[in-house]
Design a protein around this ligand. Structure first.
Ligand SMILES: Cc1cc2nc3c(=O)[nH]c(=O)nc-3n(C[C@H](O)[C@H](O)[C@H](O)COP(=O)(O)OP(=O)(O)OC[C@H]3O[C@@H](n4cnc5c(N)ncnc54)[C@H](O)[C@@H]3O)c2cc1C
Length: 498
């Protein structure tokens, strides 16, 4: 059989990429009765929230925490509509923030957390500050619920936005144009550098920006999320597999090892994609979850300028360093998640924290009884790893592993006496290799006041039938956010086909 068919495969909707964004969009459309095909470059699903196996051990590659799963929240709504019940365990405390001088416990209960943080950082009006953040979080979820026309892209969207019931949105708008540091100042909580550093590191893992840069609206979402942190049993891959099964169970197709190398619109208005194995696909609708930087080279014709504009507007995003290992033992920890704050410079690390995820003792998918797998991640810059010879890359990687291991051994006494084995590490080059993402930009587009959520590439492009989702588009990065973009887009596609 030829692997280079001359006749393209025709499908109603073609979805590019099988990370959480692509999977969620495809599953929702397949369930609604659409003929959906997903093409994915890698040999499995999940993208930045995927996994890999080494012997009897399974590791999350990047993302490890689930959130936004309550019924009115983005991931919760997707799972409920599809009738899926992923095995997610709510963790309390949501995480431990291991500061150089002691632990801060991110209690799940907001009141318990506010009491704790006010006692540890008695500066300004901590209580008022946190109440404000939790209030904003609720208001934002109320606002974005059932509004697939956000952000408005067409005249019809603007008309629907003008509904008087949306007036409450106006009250929230300043939060997109003022930084978190301004809100901190208002409550006088910015005076303690230790607290500012805690806020910055928490915001970096959620908004990809610090308090001085990130709008306080998105910052509020990031700072409150540890109150609703869920551990996916078996890893982030398992809910992704449920989404995959939902697609195929509703007649959709997911095709692996097919990198999309070009996408163009033909004269008759159809979209045509070519994949690395020589196949061609034709579809009325294309939903791309390939990041905008990559799309700028994949797409041909008129849409190329649109993608280039965004690629130029957002030339910089975070890359990641990761470390994976097996612990011969089960550390006694109240939560699988530790954000370890460091006050020393670590080679090639561009933040002041490492995020550690330890498999739960009963999670047999990840490690056999009596052992644990650990995934560590932190922020990196592609420039540190660009244009290196293989020897230079190896040497840098060794230095990085050595330094991370030393600081973890010193700062996590819960691991003491437990042998480390199956130690592996990921650099921006590793991420490029596995996800194909331009410059290993895995953090999506950082939220900043100048480039806030509304400036992000819209889900509905100006080109009929072409939609952009994923963490380089509205509403941003993180699995709940990309599932929200997928939900909104599926709604738009369904509305346009009636
Ligand atoms: C280290 C790290 C830790 C994180 N921690 C968390 C966390 O704890 N919780 C959380 O919610 N989020 C976390 N995130 C963010 C989260 O993982 C991402 O925002 C989210 O998974 C992005 O999903 P996506 O579908 O937009 O993109 P991706 O996951 O990148 O998926 C895109 C898919 O498209 C495929 N693809 C790319 N190019 C092509 C092409 N040309 N043709 C075909 N297929 C292609 C890729 O192989 C990939 O499978 C983390 C991210 C990283 C890197």
């Amino acid at each position: 059989m030829s692997h280079h068919p001359q006749v393209p495969t025709t499908t109603e909707t073609l979805v590019l990429g099988a990370g959480y964004a692509g999977l969620a969009a495809a599953a929702l459309l397949a369930q609604a009765g659409q003929d959906v095909t997903v093409v994915e470059a890698h040999d499995t699903v999940g993208g930045c929230a995927s996994f890999f196996k080494m012997g009897k051990y399974a590791f999350d590659v990047g993302a490890t925490t689930f959130s936004g799963v309550r019924p009115h929240q983005p991931a919760g709504r997707v799972f409920a509509r599809l009738g899926l019940q992923p095995e997610l365990e709510r963790v309390d405390p949501g995480m431990i923030l291991r500061l150089p001088d002691g632990d801060v416990i991110r209690h799940a209960d907001p009141e318990a957390w506010i009491d704790h943080v006010a006692e540890l950082f008695p500066v300004g009006d901590q209580r008022g500050f946190w109440k404000h953040l939790y209030g904003l979080e609720t208001a934002v979820y109320d606002l974005i619920q059932d509004k697939p026309y956000l952000p408005p892209s067409t005249a019809g969207d603007w008309i629907r936005m003008a509904d008087p019931r949306n007036l409450s949105a106006v009250r929230l708008l300043p939060g997109l144009f003022r930084p978190m540091s301004a809100l901190m100042q208002r409550y006088g909580v910015d005076a303690d550098p230790r607290f500012l550093s805690l806020v910055n590191e928490q915001m970096l893992i959620s908004t990809q920006s610090t308090a001085a840069e990130a709008p306080y609206l998105t910052g509020a979402m990031g700072l409150t999320y540890p109150s609703e942190t869920y551990y996916p049993v078996g890893g982030m891959i398992r809910p992704a597999i449920l989404l995959l099964r939902s697609i195929t169970g509703h007649g959709g197709q997911v095709k692996f090892r097919r990198r999309v190398i070009s996408l163009s619109q033909t004269r008759d208005g159809w979209w045509e994609a070519a994949t690395s194995n020589g196949e061609r696909y034709r579809a009325r609708t294309v939903i791309s979850s390939i990041p905008v930087w990559n799309m700028a080279t994949v797409v041909k014709g008129a849409p190329q300028a649109w993608y280039h504009r965004y690629a130029r507007q957002y030339p910089q995003a975070w890359a990641a360093l990761t470390l994976y290992f097996v612990l011969e033992g089960v550390p006694k920890l109240p939560t699988p998640y530790i954000q370890m704050h460091v006050d020393e410079d670590l080679p090639f690390v561009h933040s002041r924290s490492l995020f550690l995820t330890v498999s739960r003792p009963h999670d047999r998918h990840k490690a056999p009884e009596g052992e644990s797998t650990v995934t560590v991640s932190t922020h990196a810059r592609f420039a540190d790893w660009a244009d290196r010879t293989p020897e230079q890359h190896r040497e840098q990687k060794q230095r990085m592993v050595h330094a991370l291991r030393a600081v973890i051994e010193r700062r996590v006494p819960e691991f003491a006496g437990m042998r480390w084995h199956h130690v592996e590490a990921g650099t921006p080059q590793t991420w490029i290799h596995y996800t194909g993402r331009h410059n290993g930009f895995v953090g999506g587009i950082p939220h900043t006041v100048r480039q806030n959520m509304l400036a992000l590439p819209r889900n509905q492009t100006p080109f009929k039938g072409l939609y952009q989702i994923g963490d380089s588009a509205f509403p941003g990065q993180g699995t709940p956010a990309v599932m929200m973009g997928a939900w909104n887009t599926a709604e738009r596609v369904l509305a346009s086909s009636v």
